[in-house]
Structures are given as structure tokens and as C-alpha cells.
Design a protein around this ligand. Structure first.
Ligand SMILES: C[C@@]1(CC(=O)O)C2=NC(=C\c3[nH]c(c(CCC(=O)O)c3CC(=O)O)Cc3[nH]c(c(CC(=O)O)c3CCC(=O)O)/C=C3\N/C(=C\2)[C@@H](CCC(=O)O)[C@]3(C)CC(=O)O)/[C@H]1CCC(=O)O
Ligand SMILES: NC(=O)c1ccc[n+]([C@@H]2O[C@H](COP(=O)([O-])OP(=O)(O)OC[C@H]3O[C@@H](n4cnc5c(N)ncnc54)[C@H](O)[C@@H]3O)[C@@H](O)[C@H]2O)c1
Length: 260
């Protein structure tokens, strides 16, 4: 058994620090992972920037409407339109009716006045909007992104230095532990299995689940977690969870240099 390196319940510990930061930095952005699955996103424009935006919202499961004259379509935008059944494409300029029933609007057009007019209409309708390169017209900014499986990292300089966001993102990318994306996937699966085995929300069962998961994630290296498979997870639950233990990677044959 791995002794617990964590002797205290530490969630909530940061509250005092966070309150202090929030009073000092009231112009910071709210950092959240917005759930867009099945939501309707309107992209106005079809150039290089629009193609990147389309990619980001498709990855997040959105239903996308692209409005842009075909003569200005970037090859990557065209490729997205041809390849995805979640894109509806209109070969024309923006029309205010395009905003009907939309959950989010992204504009990436080469006309500042029209962009600003679209942003004003979105605000009147309470639709969150991003106007590429026009911070005062943005309800949210894009950032420099890393995706490795379920791992998502977004570097934002809050509009101050987008190229620096790009440079910092590359440095972070180099420092991500080997197998992190896969480790997170495996931990996600194990957490699902654990919730099936010990169901319930809140109360003692939640506390016990959380404590066990924290001990496990702390005791195992990322590349060891990445080696978890169904059989090892089952043993982890039967020989570990059921007996109130966290098995070590050695006990489960999941050291980094062990065969999977
Ligand atoms: C991160 C990234 C994500 C993405 O767009 O996907 C992104 N810009 C990227 C690159 C980039 N953008 C610009 C340069 C040229 C160098 C320079 O000017 O510094 C480069 C570098 C390059 O091209 O290499 C020009 C620029 N961008 C904005 C302005 C307007 C202004 O500052 O007033 C101007 C000046 C226009 C002008 O001078 O006329 C504004 C925004 N750009 C943002 C995001 C939002 C804030 C993000 C943040 O900083 O936290 C925000 C506020 C709104 C938004 O667009 O959402 C992406 C890197 C992705 C990656 O590769 O990793
Ligand atoms: N945030 C960033 O990283 C970043 C980087 C470069 C450029 N930009 C900005 O993003 C904007 C778009 O850049 P781009 O390189 O993709 O431009 P682009 O000129 O390649 O593309 C503009 C697109 O908008 C379409 N368009 C123009 N008017 C329209 C209208 N009324 N309705 C619908 N579609 C319309 C054009 O047909 C074209 O497809 C520019 O304002 C640029 O300054 C942002």
C-alpha cells in the first residue's frame, strides 16, 4: 500500500488567496471550459482566421453556420465545409437574420465597421461574440491552445501580447509530462468505474472517492497511469478501493518500464 502523502482535505484552501487576487485584478478574464456540444455557432467570414475558429468550435462539438462569399474562402475553410456534416454554409455576406437562434458568434472579416455592427447586434441580443482582433468588441478572447486528448491548456495574456501567448504555449508544451493526455483518459475511465461501484453524490461516499483518487493520482506517475487497462483498473478497485487501499504501480505491474 502507498501511504497517503496527503493528510488534509485541501480543497478550499486557496479561497483566501483567490479573494485577494480578485480584488487586485478586476480586469482579468474568467477562465472556463465552455461546453458547446450541440450549440449553434455562427462564423462570419471564411478566411484564414475563420478557418481556425471553425476548427476550434468543431472540436468542441458545435453546430456551425458559416456565412461568407465563396470567392473569399480560404482552402482550409473550404475543406472544413466539405468534410463536416455539422457545418451549414451560406455563400453570401452577413444578414442580421443569421443571428436568429444562435448561441455564439465569431466574426473574422476584413471590414471593421461591419464587424462592430455585428458585435453591437449580438450584444443587444445577449449573444456572446468574438470579433477577431478587436478587443473592445469581444465578450471573450481566444488564446493559444494545447490539446492532448482530454488535456486542454489555453494561454491567455488577456489581450496584451498574443505572440507572447504563442511563445509561452510552446514552452508549456515542451514541459508537459510524457503520457499526460493518456493518463487523464485512463483516470477518467477509472473515475467512471469507481462511481459505478460506489455511486452517490455528496456526503461520505464522495469524500471517500475524492480522497482515494487524490492519493492514487499523487502516488502514480503520469506514464504509469497511462498504462492502466481494464484488467488493472478492475484489480485497483477490487484489491484497492474495496479494501480501502491504494495499490502501488509495482503491485499492479504498471511501472513505466513494465510491459502493458
Ligand atoms: C492567441 C491567438 C489565438 C487565436 O487567434 O486563435 C490570438 N491571437 C493570436 C496571434 C496573433 N494575433 C496578432 C498577432 C501579431 C503580433 C501582435 O500584434 O502582437 C499574432 C501573432 C501571430 O500571428 O503569430 C495580432 C492581434 N491580435 C489581437 C490584436 C488587437 C489588439 O491587440 O488590439 C492584434 C493586433 C492587430 C493590429 O495590430 O492591427 C487581438 C486578439 N488576439 C487574440 C488571440 C486575443 C487575445 C489573446 C491574448 O493575448 O491573450 C484577441 C484580444 C482577440 C481575439 O482575436 O480573440 C493567436 C495565437 C495562436 C497561436 O498561434 O498559438
Ligand atoms: N486573432 C488573430 O490571430 C488574427 C490574425 C490575423 C488577422 N486577424 C484579423 O481577423 C480578420 C480576418 O482575417 P483573415 O486573414 O481571415 O481575413 P481574410 O481577408 O482572409 O478573410 C476575410 C473573410 O471575410 C469574408 N467577408 C468579408 N465581408 C463579409 C461579410 N460582410 N459577411 C461575410 N463574410 C465577409 C471574406 O469573403 C473573407 O472570406 C481581420 O480583421 C484580421 O485583422 C486576426
Amino acid at each position: 500500500m502507498v501511504p497517503s502523502p496527503i493528510d488534509h482535505q485541501h480543497w478550499g484552501c486557496g479561497t483566501a488567496i483567490m479573494a485577494d487576487i480578485s480584488t487586485r485584478q478586476s480586469d482579468a478574464s474568467l477562465l472556463i471550459a465552455w461546453q458547446l456540444k450541440g450549440r449553434r455557432v455562427l462564423v462570419v467570414g471564411g478566411g484564414d482566421v475563420a478557418s481556425g475558429r471553425i476548427n476550434h468550435v468543431l472540436v468542441a462539438g458545435a453546430k456551425v453556420t458559416v456565412v461568407s462569399p465563396s470567392e473569399g474562402l480560404h482552402p482550409l475553410t473550404k475543406k472544413h465545409i466539405d468534410a463536416s456534416d455539422r457545418i451549414t454554409y451560406y455563400d453570401r455576406v452577413f444578414d442580421p437574420k443569421d443571428l436568429d437562434g444562435v448561441d455564439m458568434v465569431l466574426t473574422a472579416i476584413d471590414d471593421v465597421d461591419i464587424s462592430r455592427d455585428i458585435a453591437a447586434k449580438c450584444r443587444a441580443l445577449h449573444i456572446p461574440v468574438n470579433v477577431a482582433d478587436d478587443p473592445p468588441c469581444c465578450d471573450f478572447y481566444f488564446g493559444s491552445q494545447i490539446r492532448q486528448g482530454p488535456l486542454q491548456i489555453l494561454v491567455s495574456t488577456n489581450g496584451q501580447g498574443p505572440k507572447l501567448a504563442n511563445i509561452i504555449r510552446r514552452k508549456i508544451e515542451e514541459s508537459i509530462p510524457k503520457g499526460a493526455g493518456e493518463a487523464i483518459e485512463k483516470v477518467g475511465l477509472l473515475r467512471e468505474k469507481l462511481k459505478e461501484r460506489a455511486p452517490g453524490v455528496g456526503g461520505d461516499v464522495s469524500k471517500r472517492r475524492m480522497k482515494w483518487m487524490i492519493e492514487l493520482c499523487t502516488a502514480w506517475e503520469m506514464d504509469e497511469l497511462a498504462l492502466l487497462n481494464d484488467e488493472k483498473m478492475e484489480r485497483m478497485l477490487v484489491e484497492g478501493w474495496d479494501k480501502n487501499l491504494v495499490l502501488s504501480p509495482e503491485e499492479l505491474g504498471a511501472r513505466s518500464n513494465d510491459p502493458a
